[in-house]
Design a protein around this ligand. Structure first.
Ligand SMILES: [Zn+2]
Length: 445
């Protein structure tokens, strides 16, 4: 149990490094730019008799009203009926020195069954806004009763920068909310009238307010005056394409060695629903083997998810491992992403590349992988090298750690960035991570 607690602690610390730099001191001006997607000659997605631009406009304005009620200064990136370029929209955030830009869109797909809400933040660690994206998503999903498609990032064709132009062009944190699927009659019915759009706008506002530490459940007593300026811009280049990735295929969760009594049962449920765990089929039965060591594939998925990497962006990439097997197919895109990003390099033996995907992973290896991933995502900034000065003196098993030279630099990096702390005095780099521990981390991340 002690180790599990440690992992929760680690996880909290990992999450902490994504906490946004919102101005939280009292008395500071709080400024948000809202970007109603599309507009004017660009209707955005169409479906079930709705144009995306109209839905986006209404939801944005309800969101604005709610934020203003709580003393936030809100600017819009465009006027009604206009369609400025994405860079012009992003520039409003800079000019107004906003804390964040929130772009509001609705999704669409070629079939009418795709559904749910997703929120994108930047692939760049300096602009990453995981907590805001998550707060907005959680509020939206619970208030509107939509399906959560998760907090996501998406790489553009450059492979190093954001896919979404509004996020890419913004010089500060920006998130993009895809509220519902216009192409899905049930989804779009939730925002078919003003009441629904108001609820949607408020839900997004509540997620933003939570990031400011404002309790929106308490009605503000006095009227707060705020600036209400709209930006007028007329450039008309740039576009946002609303594309979605295929949905997870639902399977049945029937593991012989899992009961509702297990502490990790709810986590297994969650992770299974996301399609992130596969059992073992043996003698006609499905087994979970929760006490077994976590595999390399499971660990890699955790790291990629933590970084908000969209594994489907890597589906075109080719890599062939000698030992890649049919039962690892479900994780293929994650494996490709991890290899392409240098998080998982594989093992060369007799000129052949091996994945060792179903083999266990030690805590040392796991955290090294995590550090490598974070270092890669920091690469576009001139991150300072002073982490190399860190020593391991906090840890009672520091001698053990020093024996792992491949681990030293990575681990120093994690300590330097306050991602891991040796609060229990031991790091135990040579112990393995169990499947149930990774499952919990995957479920809560
Ligand atoms: Zn859109």
């Amino acid at each position: 149990m002690r180790r599990i607690c440690y992992f929760v602690l680690c996880l909290i610390m990992i999450l902490n490094c994504f906490i946004p730099a919102f101005a939280v001191e009292t008395g500071l001006r709080k400024v948000v730019v809202l970007d109603p997607g599309h507009g004017g000659d660009d209707p955005g997605a169409e479906g079930n008799g709705f144009f995306e631009k109209d839905l986006n406009w209404d939801i944005t304005n309800f969101c604005k009203a709610e934020l203003e009620k709580f003393g936030i200064t809100v600017f819009l990136s465009r006027e009604e009926g206009e369609n400025p370029s994405l860079s012009a929209r992003a520039k409003v955030a800079k000019e107004k020195d906003a804390d964040v830009l929130v772009s509001i869109h609705n999704n669409s797909f070629t079939n009418n069954t795709a559904k749910g809400t997703e929120v994108y933040h930047s692939v760049k660690s300096s602009k990453r806004f995981y907590n805001l994206a998550e707060d907005v998503l959680d509020n939206f999903v619970s208030d509107m009763g939509t399906t959560s498609r998760g907090v996501k990032t998406r790489y553009g064709s450059s492979g190093t920068d954001d896919y979404y132009g509004i996020i890419r062009n913004c010089d500060r944190p920006a998130i993009l909310v895809e509220c519902v699927f216009i192409s899905n009659p049930n989804d779009v019915s939730k925002i078919a009238d003003a009441k629904g759009r108001e609820k949607a706008g408020k839900a997004i506002a509540h997620g933003i307010l939570e990031q400011y530490g404002i309790d929106w459940t308490i009605e503000p007593t006095s009227e707060i005056t705020t600036e209400t300026t709209k930006e007028t811009t007329t450039e008309t280049t740039g576009e946002i394409t609303d594309e979605i990735t295929e949905e997870n295929i639902a399977k049945e969760m029937t593991f012989e060695d899992l009961t509702t009594e297990n502490w990790y049962y709810p986590y297994v449920q969650k992770v299974f629903e996301k399609g992130l765990i596969k059992g073992y089929f043996e003698n006609g039965k499905w087994l979970l083997k929760p006490e077994n060591n976590a595999t390399r594939i499971e660990s890699v998925i955790f790291v990629l998810k933590h970084l908000g990497i969209n594994e489907k962006d890597f589906s075109e990439f080719e890599v062939s491992f000698e030992d890649f097997s049919e039962n690892q197919k479900w994780a293929e895109n994650y494996i490709k992403a991890a290899y392409k990003l240098g998080i998982m390099k594989g093992e060369m033996r007799d000129d052949k590349l091996y994945l060792n995907g179903d083999k266990g992973i030690t805590r040392g290896e796991f955290f090294a992988m995590m550090a490598r991933a974070l270092m890669i995502s920091d690469n576009d900034e001139s991150y300072d090298e002073s982490y190399k000065e860190i020593d391991f003196s906090k840890f009672s098993d520091k001698e053990e750690m020093k024996k792992l030279p491949w681990f030293e630099s990575e681990f120093k990096y994690l300590i330097y960035n306050n991602i891991v702390e040796g609060s229990d005095g031991r790091f135990e780099p040579n112990n393995n991570i169990k499947r149930c521990e990774i499952i919990k981390m995957l479920a809560v991340s």
